[in-house]
Design a protein around this ligand. Structure first.
Ligand code: FEO
Length: 411
């Protein structure tokens, strides 16, 4: 069912789609459905904020035509390219022939390739830029990785409405539109959404909160679920609280074998970075620490990171001997991963990872990280060529930030 035009404040309308099916989404099934909230700002230069899922494109455009002539639309703002929000753009752009598509540079590149919109006019937005839409003003902030890299959010200054697309959303096929009209407390669904979609990107959540902290927000109009117009600060504070949550109280052990000292340096940096997130971390050189101590530490830990340098295309020191014993343990519920510095090809790190994958713990792999969270800038096994200092610090920060987030859910 396409929503009727719902006025959310003077001259600003909700024109989206309620999807009450079991919706497949990122390998989940949204059993409570969802909504695809699009907004129409009926200003002197009419502006559409985001569209709806590609499955409902024609229906959406026909619905919109009941409210205005698409040829009069001046701007179509695309905050986020995923097809549940940009999916109806080609159908809309085909009729809104005078509209300029407003988005980030990366989004423009993606939209042109996805929808063959090369002939359409784009306006590329930089962080903090303002767009005059006649009697109203839009301000944009780049919010990368919330939910994907090209994402931005839009603030309607005069009405103090934030359009954050996926951020502050809830997956519910609600027909009450506003949080103060909800039949029950939506905070649990709101928090579940945060944990599934946003928390893997929590360092970006913190950056986003810093940006919107300067805004006087009266209403949040996200692209899924309820519009938040009651207790708005409470919902923002929930993001603040949840984005601070890490694996505090969890234990980690980092075991390494280092040939030239670089893998040891990575191990030490991983420890320091994990401990900043409240994860008590034991650092053990497997070539000098007794095996029994290593095994006991592994049994007591929630996280096992195991590192080896590479020599003649293989692991070094006692790595093979130790890892063979570790993977025989019951590691159910633990999280593990391989790392190491290397000079040429780094085969030893891959061999170590292969061993860890034979265990019954959850082994971090690039593929699983991408498939389960969409995070594409954390790699496992963590392979670092030599030790470029500046880059390494950033890589390790990203890595431990991700790990401490997922340890929250480790049993
Ligand atoms: Fe609602 Fe990232 O899509």
């Amino acid at each position: 069912m396409i929503q009727n035009k719902i006025e959310i404040t003077g001259g600003v309308y909700l024109v989206g789609k309620i999807d009450d099916r079991d919706v497949p989404f990122h390998r989940l099934i949204l059993t409570k459905g969802t909504t695809y909230n699009s907004y129409l700002i009926d200003s002197e230069l009419p502006t559409v904020i985001d569209t709806v899922d590609i499955s409902f494109a024609r229906e959406y455009v026909e619905g919109l035509k009941k409210h205005l002539d698409p040829a009069t639309i001046k701007y179509i703002v695309i905050n986020h390219v995923e097809p549940d929000h940009s999916g109806a753009l080609p159908a809309l752009a085909a009729q809104a022939k005078n509209a300029v598509i407003v988005c980030t540079e990366l989004a423009a590149d993606e939209l042109k390739k996805m929808y063959r919109l090369h002939d359409h006019e784009f306006l590329i937005i930089m962080d903090g830029e303002i767009l005059d839409i006649g009697d109203k003003t839009l301000k944009f902030y780049e919010t990368p990785y919330l939910h994907t890299e090209e994402t931005m959010i839009t603030f309607l200054e005069e009405d103090r409405i934030l359009f954050p697309c996926d951020i502050f959303s809830t997956h519910l096929a609600n027909t009450e539109y506003f949080n103060d009209a909800a039949k029950g407390d939506i905070r649990e669904d709101y928090s579940i959404y945060y944990k599934l979609i946003m928390h893997p990107h929590r360092r970006h959540v913190k950056e986003m909160l810093g940006k919107i902290g300067k805004l006087d927000i009266q209403m949040i109009a996200p692209s899924h679920g309820f519009i938040l117009r009651d207790n708005v600060d409470e919902y923002i504070d929930l993001y603040k609280e949840m984005s601070q949550e890490t694996g505090v109280g969890k234990k980690a052990v980092i075991i390494y074998s280092s040939m030239t000292g670089n893998t040891k340096k990575i191990a030490k940096q991983l420890k320091e970075s994990l401990e900043l997130d409240g994860i008590k971390t034991n650092l053990l050189d497997m070539n000098s620490i007794e095996e029994d101590i290593i095994i006991e530490s592994v049994k007591e830990s929630d996280l096992l990171l195991m590192g080896s340098s590479t020599k003649y295309a293989d692991m070094t020191g006692k790595t093979e001997e130790i890892v063979k014993k570790i993977i025989e343990l019951d590691l159910q519920g633990k999280v593990g991963g391989a790392f190491g510095s290397y000079g040429w090809s780094g085969e030893g790190i891959e061999v170590l990872q292969d061993y860890l994958l034979k265990s019954n713990m959850d082994v971090l792999t690039t593929s699983e990280i991408i498939k389960t969270t969409g995070v594409n800038d954390v790699q496992f096994p963590l392979r670092i060529q030599f030790l470029p200092e500046d880059e390494t610090a950033q890589i390790i920060k990203r890595t431990t930030n991700y790990i401490s987030g997922i340890l929250l859910n480790a049993s």
